[in-house]
Design a protein around this ligand. Structure first.
Ligand code: ARG
Length: 576
């Protein structure tokens, strides 16, 4: 439990004792305690309106009588009655020392918990369709998934990252056909994935107009499904080429995958799904296809097409069954674009016929919005795809230009520019709520003075350089020797209160599948730090005790920013 949570429980206890009426439980009180929006109304507030009926008195009178009877400890500095509210003001000396002691003690572990121990969570993310290049949409998916992975891991959950590759389906029949026809026109040593995707676009166009080609493609896929040796070899080759490219990007982004079992993996696991559905009597005929009804608000879920072949959804159903058995998951989270909302609603419905309720209830679809470039719409099929490689390169180059102008003597300028360029991209994606569409503008993401990755990274660098200037080393101090009660300035207290929130922010971000909660929080921390540093000198003060206490505060800020960024997938340079 974090400090504020503890204080809240403590306040609930005090109120409970002051009311002393057995019709009102401690839990009821705890639930009603809130954090006022306006800081002038205290740190916690308890509305007395719901007590009026039970206690047969007006909320104002009740609030006043609680105030008269309450016995507070030294964590509370003041209790006030405003209308029907009881407002509690915390003793900032007390919070300061509790928060900072905790950070000094736990260091890089501050913010981590063990609450998820023994609970299995699957985060399925990225999942590109092989033989196609990685574009902006995949990038959003991948940074979102990796952040969710790390959020859960920080809370102690046992997380499995799965990349459900789109490596099966009729398009491979088409691709094989194209490869046979055009392979000699391409240099597969140089940029194999680009060659493959180009071939795919070309042959797809032809197949759409020429039935004979489409028939050939179907035949290819049929053979592939049946395990034809030559075609399997080709398919593996395509998959290897693609995966090699993707893995290069995953390395850059710090993505974690424990499994690359994609759609093909389920080729031999779908029969059982059909059997189960059939046995349960939910498989219906519909114009030759086999479907499962999923309620009145949605079209039925097709599991077998009229020619008897399986589809995307069938493989997803097989995956749910497999994952329940293999990973015994409490949650299985799917990260995809909003276009697939209906698909997941359908298969989650059908899943109730396949797995225990506890698994079915644990299926979660995390959908994210579109990405548009400042000019025009981004699309996979129409030519104006921005390949992620180019984008990353451009971002790093721009970061380098900025750094060369700002700090020409910077050591390791390439390494630092890489962290800044990538950090800018990732932060830009994660600071918007997942449902929001993003209008992407590279120059904006790289600004050092806005709500950007570089701004947060720069704040971290400032904390480091302050500590370096003072010659402060956390290893040299014992937390007991610090007098935290000296940190009394408004800006100091505000910053400490921000740092205190870290753990609950991580929990909220995970619970809401929303890394933006953490990203926005880091902006708040950086802003609170700037305010503090504008008002409170650290290096140039005579009072050695105050200097030490402020150094600890700066150190604590550096810990929270670095760890927060790292959960989002962003490295913090030590200098910039
Ligand atoms: N390969 C799909 C695509 O690129 C995404 C897969 C999502 N995951 C799933 N289990 N269906 O659209």
């Amino acid at each position: 439990m974090n400090i504020m949570e503890e204080i809240k429980v403590n306040i609930a206890n005090m109120i409970y004792k002051a009311i002393d009426n057995n019709q009102i439980t401690l839990d009821e009180i705890k639930e009603k305690i809130e954090v006022p929006k306006d800081k002038n109304n205290g740190d916690f507030s308890y509305p007395c309106f719901n007590l009026a009926k039970v206690l047969r008195n007006s909320p104002v009178n009740i609030a006043n009588s609680i105030k008269d009877n309450i016995i507070t400890d030294n964590s509370i500095s003041k209790v006030e009655v405003v209308n029907g509210f009881l407002n509690f003001y915390l003793n900032s000396d007390n919070i300061a020392s509790e928060v900072l002691k905790k950070i000094v003690e736990e260091k890089e572990n501050y913010g981590s918990t063990k609450e998820g121990e023994g609970v299995n969570i699957i985060v399925e993310y990225s999942s590109p369709n092989i033989a196609k290049p990685f574009h902006l949409g995949h990038f959003r998916n991948t940074v979102l998934g990796k952040a969710l992975y790390d959020l859960y891991e920080t809370l102690g959950y046992n997380v499995t990252g799965i990349n459900h590759l789109g490596d099966w389906g009729r398009q491979f029949g088409i691709l094989i056909e194209g490869y046979r026809r055009f392979k000699d026109e391409y240099n597969f040593d140089k940029n194999p994935l680009e060659a493959l995707s180009d071939i795919y676009v070309r042959i797809n166009k032809i197949a759409k107009e020429d039935d004979a080609v489409m028939d050939k493609a179907r035949e290819n896929f049929k053979k592939l499904e049946q395990g034809d040796e030559e075609l399997t070899k080709l398919w593996k080759y395509f998959r290897d080429i693609s995966l090699k490219e993707y893995k290069r990007i995953y390395d850059i982004l710090g993505s974690k995958f424990d499994s690359y079992n994609g759609e093909a993996f389920y080729n031999d696991k779908m029969e059982e799904v059909i059997e189960i559905l059939d046995k349960k009597g939910v498989l219906k005929d519909s114009q030759g296809a086999k479907v499962v009804e999923v309620g009145n608000n949605m079209p039925p879920c097709i599991v077998l097409k009229s020619n008897g072949s399986t589809i995307y959804a069938t493989r997803d159903l097989a995956a749910i069954l497999y994952r329940a058995r293999t990973y015994d998951f409490t949650k299985c989270i799917y990260v995809t674009a909003t276009e697939q909302i209906l698909h997941f609603k359908q298969i989650f419905e059908v899943a109730k016929y396949l797995v225990d309720e506890k698994y079915q209830k644990g299926l979660v679809h995390v959908a994210y919005g579109m990405i548009r470039l400042k000019t025009g719409k981004m699309s996979t099929r129409e030519g104006n795809v921005i390949y992620i490689d180019e984008l990353i390169k451009e971002a790093i180059q721009k970061a380098k230009d900025i750094m060369t102008a700002k700090n020409p003597n910077l050591e390791n300028i390439d390494e630092v520019s890489k962290k800044i360029g990538l950090g800018a991209l990732i932060f830009n994606y994660l600071k918007s709520g997942k449902n929001k569409d993003i209008i992407f503008d590279l120059d904006d993401t790289l600004r050092f003075d806005g709500e950007t990755g570089p701004y947060i990274q720069y704040t971290y660098v400032r904390t480091k350089s302050i500590l370096e200037k003072v010659g402060f080393n956390i290893e040299d101090i014992s937390s007991d020797s610090i007098d935290y009660t000296l940190l009394k300035e408004k800006q100091e207290v505000e910053l400490i209160k921000e740092l205190e929130k870290f753990e609950s922010i991580i929990r909220k971000a995970a619970n809401e599948y929303e890394p933006s909660v953490l990203a926005r929080y880091l902006i708040d921390v950086a802003t609170a730090f700037s305010r503090f540093y504008n008002e409170c000198s650290v290096a140039n003060i005579d009072d050695e005790n105050l200097k030490k206490a402020r150094c600890v505060l700066v150190y604590a800020t550096s810990i929270v920013i670095k760890k927060g960024l790292s959960i989002l997938g962003i490295d913090s340079p030590e200098k910039m």
